[in-house]
Design a protein around this ligand. Sequence first.
Ligand code: ADP
Ligand code: MG
Length: 245
Amino acid sequence: MAQPRIRPVGEPRPDDRFRTCIAGLDERMGGGIPKGFLTLLAGPVGSMKSSVAYSIALHAARGGARSLYLSLEQETEGLLAQMRSLGFDATGVRSMHVVDLASVRKDIADDRADWLDALCVLLERYRTERGCDLLVLDSLDALYSLVTIRNPRRELFAFFQRLRGLGATVLLISEMAMDDRSFGKYGVEEFLSDGIVHLRLKEVEAAQVTSVRKYVGIVKMRRTRHDSDYHPFLVTPGGFELVLE
Ligand SMILES: Nc1ncnc2c1ncn2[C@@H]1O[C@H](COP(=O)(O)OP(=O)(O)O)[C@@H](O)[C@H]1O
Ligand SMILES: [Mg+2]
């Protein structure tokens, strides 16, 4: 009979984590992402960052958590349609909120001297008005294009602190170029976060065809004994699944 796994002291229990909903991955990282963590979800365009983050938020909302998906890249309607095509339908899930840039702009004037501060105030207001257990920010790069950052180390430290102050679990989407070694634009995001989930695309040659496979790896996850391999994953109806070879 399999021995029960001994959980190191201080390692959050599966109940205290949000599942990534990638079948096979949660079991390799103690049950998911610890609640209250600030985690980077990094990868190149098309590596399914938005889809994975959305499915985590939707699954959490179905389980009773209040999820807020802040999309600074896509309009809400387009995002919802894309997610429905993947089988992630938020219809009727009352605690799943999606907010896009147009809606944020209604509350924050573009000429605000400190847009980042105004965004934090807005997030704090959302949390007070409708609650926020899980926040997705899609993406850090879209945010950077809206603000002026002069001293990344100081300003991002302060921004991450404000996000932590929300008391939510935060997923920060970070766009990487294919050959990037750094998980965030300014090279400090990876130190400031508690976890890094890395989505990768890899070209695989087979006969006359070059196909692009999607991979996922846990680079960092504090207070968690996790697998350090990159596994290919597939999109399944309404979810994702690791390919374990
Ligand atoms: N219905 C679908 N079934 C399977 N894969 C899909 C479907 N729709 C989109 N995709 C894949 O998802 C990718 C886009 O996912 P997305 O989460 O937007 O990526 P990212 O946010 O990393 O740019 C597309 O490039 C495509 O490969
Ligand atoms: Mg995206």
